[in-house]
Design a protein around this ligand. Sequence first.
Ligand code: NAI
Length: 696
Amino acid sequence: MSSTHYAQHGSVAVIRLDNPPVNGLGHSVRTGIVEGLRKAEADPSVKAVVLIGSDRAFSGGADIREFNTPKALAEPNLGTVIHYVESSSRPVIAAIGGACMGGGLELALGCHFRVAKAGAQIALPEVKLGLLPGAGGTQRLPRLIGVEAALNMIVSGATVPSEMFQGTPLFDHFVEGDLLEGALAFARVVVEEGRPLKRVRDLTATHPKPEAFFLYARTAVGAASKNFPAPLKCVDAVEAAVTKSFDEGMKVEREAFVNLIQTSESRALRHAFFAERAASKVAGVAEDTPARTIQSVGIIGAGTMGSGIAINFLNAGIPVVLLEMKQEALDRGLASIRKIYEGQVAKGKLKADKAEQRFALLKPTLSYDDLRQADLVIEAVFEEMSVKEAVFRKLDEVCKPGAILASNTSTLDLNRIAGFTKRPQDVVGAHFFSPANVMKLLEVIRGEKTGSDVLATLMQLAKTIKKTAVVSGVCDGFIGNRMIAMYQREALLMLEEGASPRQVDGAIEAFGFAMGPLKMADLAGGDIGWAIRKRQYAERPDMRRVLIADRLCEMGRFGQKTGSGFYRYEPGRRDALHDPAVDAVIDACRKELGVTPRKLSDEEIVQRCVFALVNEGARILEEGIAQRASDIDLVYLTGYGFPVYRGGPMLYADSVGLMNVVRAMEGFAANPRGHRDFWKPAPLLARLAAEGKTFN
Ligand code: NAI
């Protein structure tokens, strides 16, 4: 099937892009446009050409299915196509409805005239992939909408509705009614009036005070885009549109593009983009698996997680029944939900009536009877198997057939939980992250018997509530927490060996994590990790104990919630302050363990924490707990504050080189306190390293 269609309407040729879903500018589309233009050029009866897409999109830009394939760059490349369009002897009119983004907008900018429907979505989003528009966007857009507006769009990648450009030369005409009819009528006027061809390259981009403006722009953009080179390159390119000829400016843009596409930051952003798409494909779940309808949700437990989870559904307009054991707990949960909405209203993020509407969808209850009609119930009660058992037995009794029964457990065996019911096919894990109304990640835990339609439903629901869903198999801690336990373990062992909490957190934050491991432990609450450790010590007597953390917990230092943990906290504040009492505990533990403290380098701290993640990630991959390395990266980017510009632990390991990772691990194993077994490379890691391969 052809991805462009050529037709003639009187004296006007129409080239229609037809490459669903968004008319990505793949090789066949590019070829089709050039062929269409040639045909029009060779036909004396054709006086003008209209380029048009579908209702959904003029064009969404590059065809992502061709990314990283030779087709992406094959001639005619987008630059060549635009050159053809711009140098056509017949007027070429872009007829724009729906998405007109990236390369799609650049193509439109190459046309002599542009007509649009109101509501068309206009953007140059390349910066979001660590790039800049590479087919003249940085040179042509400033010539049409002005330097400042163009720079804003290019640096932010933001989508702007077409009507915002009314009065600028970006659009020559707005069409009401049928886009093709309107474009044809406009084309006839152009022909009848013999209007000269408007080539954007012939215009100039000016600014009254270019030097001052670009100085200011560099400072502002530089400060806002730490660790990302693309936004500043966008400033360079737009400046060239003002200070250089069109062709010279194009060279600046091209060089910047070629340079950016090779940066690790762009690679990381593109990786994350594709990881998100890949994660939605679940092995054994066909794309057309019918999802169950979810029109009402029950949540059990109105604590930290239950209240946060509820907000996600309320925001999506889905009614929630929130169940607690006692009225006080229910009142506390409701108060915390209300407080979050009030905070959003106070900050101007949400209108008061909207907040009320959402809150009104919440029905608090103490009775399981109110869950009888729920399509999905999510349990977020205490992390204890006996409590989960009681809840799931009860749910099995009251819930209607076909209801999905989900657990938010962070570590417990979902297969056992499913076994408390007579419908294990309906049981699934829905592991949210705290704060659940904010964090993007949702780990969907697939039990042995979880039905594929249940998985399909959760994946779809995740989109409705704007979460990034990643499927994990069942194991202790699933993907994210199982790995983080290794990272935390190393952080704590380094305290025994000679590092201070500040040094460990400082090194990890300099690497780019949003928060160091000890501050994170204080935020999450030391009691949670302690409870998990106590269970694990009992289950695995050979497990190495993390003495310092255990001692602090024995003292009731559970982190921010108790005003002290690895740091101390002033009442009502979250700043982590140095606490000499912690130094004393660390000293005492070192003595008890007979350790002579040594100086650790920041490099060692980063490598031990991050490579501990990588090694466990490799095991998780090999065991099939994660379906693909990029799923692990996505979990870390969206749930654990892993630096976005490094693309996740597995991509980071790939970029360091797996052989180098293995070598560093051998060094850590040789450390007398290193625990040889811990640093033994996972078989998958060892094999890939030996074969010179990568995870991704
Ligand atoms: P929480 O202690 O803040 O809340 C638990 C709530 O459940 C309490 O309000 C309690 O009254 C209620 N509850 C206990 N037993 C109940 C029962 N039988 N029926 C009805 N309500 C009952 O605990 P949190 O932190 O919200 O954790 C809940 C679950 O979410 C646990 O399984 C935990 O592992 C998991 N989780 C916690 C995360 C966190 O960062 N806090 C992150 C992800 C998962």
